[in-house]
Design a protein around this ligand. Structure first.
Ligand code: MIC
Ligand code: SF4
Length: 639
């Protein structure tokens, strides 16, 4: 039987385990990326493991999330990361050089290789035919040191693309269509592979928009074949030698399949407050828009912004709309500047931001109260924009530009001209903002914002834990550990950032947790969806949360809980969630023995004769890590 693209790359990188579904496999990692909001932790962990030099083919440390520098904190982090990159042997992409995923696609991604990144949208490089996976910083630090990355052997879902996109319909509409079919839980435990005759109609940056938002499906990653389009992109980036052709075998078998006829798609939007809440934009034509934000790792490529500039050229942004644009990289910005498109954007009234994540993670540009904000980004969780009562719609650059002109949610097919952007034969290549690995004796610069890593205690055999918080389905890491311009600068200071854990849901959470000393959180399905931020595990751990009992977990967050010594448990009968309320005390006895067996075990509750049956689904390796109080404490942390 033939192999899928996924199986080919997994098989060529398999260190241990077998590819039977659900088994834990260990993979060799060729490349890593970190960004500043998660990278400080990853490099502190690299140091804590006494590792001295990265062992991968290439590791890159990017600064792209925290560049507002409203105090010394961001700058402290930048200096720390520049010095650790030099010392430990990583490339360093300087602040302003661009968003990690865009720059990585342009300058580093290679078909057939594996990439592990401390950001959930590392999947973007799947558009280049890479197996690119998001993970917590500690897993990335281990991979930088040459250690394997562990994940459950995934199911493979093939999405078969036929036909061709119509005018004004774009790659964003393809992934929004997939999200509306599969939902934000639909990709959990799966790798999504794109195939079919429609694939060759999509350029690498368009494919990257699709693989980027595979993260919103909860998928481990998404991947496209490496073909003529891949060669074209690499050639234009001056990297034709990195090309290798890569396809699934014709007789490969898949666990699930889905088919999409590209010619039937229309311009779509994801309505507030979830990326899978998708409808045609035409259903909202009476909705007034207050802000349009174009950029992010999803939609800020050269072609995206060229299409926007053609739509806006010679026209003016509606007076009630604030249009902000953040080009994905310095390469994109300098090309727009040298061909005059930047002038068209500025003349239309657009406000130009740095080539960083910016408004996507609430770093400035929070919209007006009760705003409707149309964003080309990938997440529209409530409050993520920095304005709690704003309604954020996710859309393509074409829809966003049309809205900026009319002041209403607009189907761009109602505009007269359709933009035509030629794929550049040569991108503008200037790697002077990427510093190569430096001297191993470079001293680490540690300003006052860089605080030591807290470690979890060893897991007790008996735990009596009051329920501190009861939550519903699809709780995001933004709910657990919000970002934004006030909180993000504290990412390298766990005692300080912990004060903000859950503070939008329960402002007293940190204070209560400190009084209780130890506690358990109970939740519904897909707990911890969204970002890879370890802080969503580290801060609760620091505040004494020992167990999260949920109906199900998102992949990256569950791995982060294990790495930081919080026990993730699920219900055998998910209706038992209804029996648990805040304040109820759960008693977990003989835990060490229970973790060594794969059988469900009973948790008793005060004043209730019927115990709650729970299971842990941990591998032997994970159980050992948990009992030791997390990966850094565990003797198995040795690579
Ligand atoms: C995000 O989009 O939420 C982030 C900010 O890029 C995160 C990483 C982080 O929290 O630092 C992600 O997606 O992993
Ligand atoms: Fe940055 Fe937004 Fe992409 Fe996260 S989703 S990496 S915050 S641009």
């Amino acid at each position: 039987m033939g192999q899928s693209l996924t199986q080919k790359i997994l098989a060529s990188h398999l260190v241990s385990g077998n590819l039977e579904k659900g088994n834990e496999i260990a993979l060799r990692i060729d490349q890593t990326l970190t960004q500043d909001a998660t990278g400080t932790m990853a490099y502190l962990q690299f140091e804590a493991m006494n590792l001295s030099r990265v062992q991968t083919e290439c590791s890159v440390s990017y600064i792209d999330h925290n560049t507002l520098q409203t105090g010394f904190e961001n700058a402290d982090d930048h200096a720390f990361l520049q010095s650790t990159a030099a010392r430990f042997g990583a490339y360093f992409s300087r602040p302003g050089n661009g968003i990690c995923h865009q720059v990585h696609l342009e300058r580093f991604a290679k078909p057939g290789k594996t990439l592990l990144g401390s950001d959930s949208h590392t999947t973007t490089a799947g558009g280049m035919g890479m197996l690119a996976i998001g993970a917590g910083g500690l897993d990335v630090a281990v991979a930088m040191g040459g250690g394997a990355f562990y994940l459950p052997s995934p199911k493979v879902l093939r999405i078969w693309l036929t036909g061709q996109l119509s005018d004004w319909v774009s790659a964003k509409d393809i992934i929004l269509e997939v999200l509306s079919t599969l939902t934000v839980k639909g990709g959990v435990g799966k790798i999504i592979e794109y195939a079919g005759p429609g694939v060759k109609t999509l350029t690498v940056p368009e494919r990257a928009t699709i693989t980027n938002m595979g993260a919103e499906l909860g998928a481990s990653t998404s991947i496209f074949p490496s073909d003529e389009q891949t060669l074209r992109f690499l050639t234009a980036q001056g990297r034709a030698e990195d090309y290798v052709p890569l396809f699934a075998d014709d007789d490969a078998r898949y666990d699930e399949e889905l088919e999409i006829d590209l010619s039937l798609l229309v311009p779509l939007v994801a309505q507030p407050h979830s990326p899978d809440n998708v409808v045609p934009v035409s259903e909202h034509s009476a909705t007034a828009v207050h802000q349009v934000a174009i950029g992010s790792c999803t939609n800020s490529s050269y072609q995206d912004l060229m299409r926007v500039s053609q739509i806006l050229k010679g026209k003016h942004v509606h007076p009630d709309v604030s249009l902000v644009i953040s080009p994905g990289s310095r390469q994109v910005l300098s090309m727009l500047s040298s061909n005059g498109a930047l002038t068209d954007l500025l003349d239309s009234g657009a406000r130009l931001l740095e080539s960083t994540c910016g408004p996507c993670i609430g770093m400035g540009q929070s919209p007006i109260s009760k705003a409707v904000s149309v964003r080309t980004f990938n997440r529209n969780f409530m409050g993520r924009s920095g304005t709690q009562d704003a309604s954020v719609f996710l859309a393509s650059p074409e829809v966003a530009a049309a809205c900026a002109l009319t002041g209403f949610l607009t189907d761009p097919r109602t505009l007269e001209i359709s933009p035509v952007v030629e794929f550049p034969e040569r991108f503008r290549i200037d790697d002077s903002m990427i510093l190569p690995p430096g001297d191993p004796n470079t001293p680490v610069r540690r300003g006052p914002n860089i605080q030591p890593l807290p470690l979890a205690p060893r897991l007790d055999d008996t735990l009596d834990l009051p329920v501190i918080l009861k939550l519903g389905d699809n709780i995001t890491t933004d709910d657990i550990m919000p970002a934004g311009s006030k909180i993000l600068p504290l990412r390298s200071n766990i005692p300080a950032i912990s004060e903000f854990a859950f503070h939008k849901i329960e402002p007293q959470f940190a204070a209560k947790a400190k009084i209780l000393k130890q506690s358990v959180i109970v939740a519904g399905h897909n707990y911890g969806q969204g970002s890879s931020r370890e802080h969503a595990a580290l801060a609760p751990m620091y505040l004494g949360v020992r167990v999260v009992l949920a109906q199900s977990f998102a992949r990256i967050h569950r791995a982060n809980l294990v790495n930081f010594g919080i026990l993730p448990l699920t219900f055998v009968d998910e209706m038992d969630l209804n029996r648990l309320q805040p304040g109820v005390v759960l008693h977990l006895n003989d835990l060490h023995q229970s973790l060594q067996s794969s059988e469900p075990f009973a948790v008793t509750i005060d004043n209730d004769p019927t115990p709650v049956l729970v299971k842990h689904d941990l591998t032997e390796r994970q159980a050992k890590i948990l009992m030791a109080g997390g990966l850094l404490n565990s003797t198995s942390a040795s690579l």
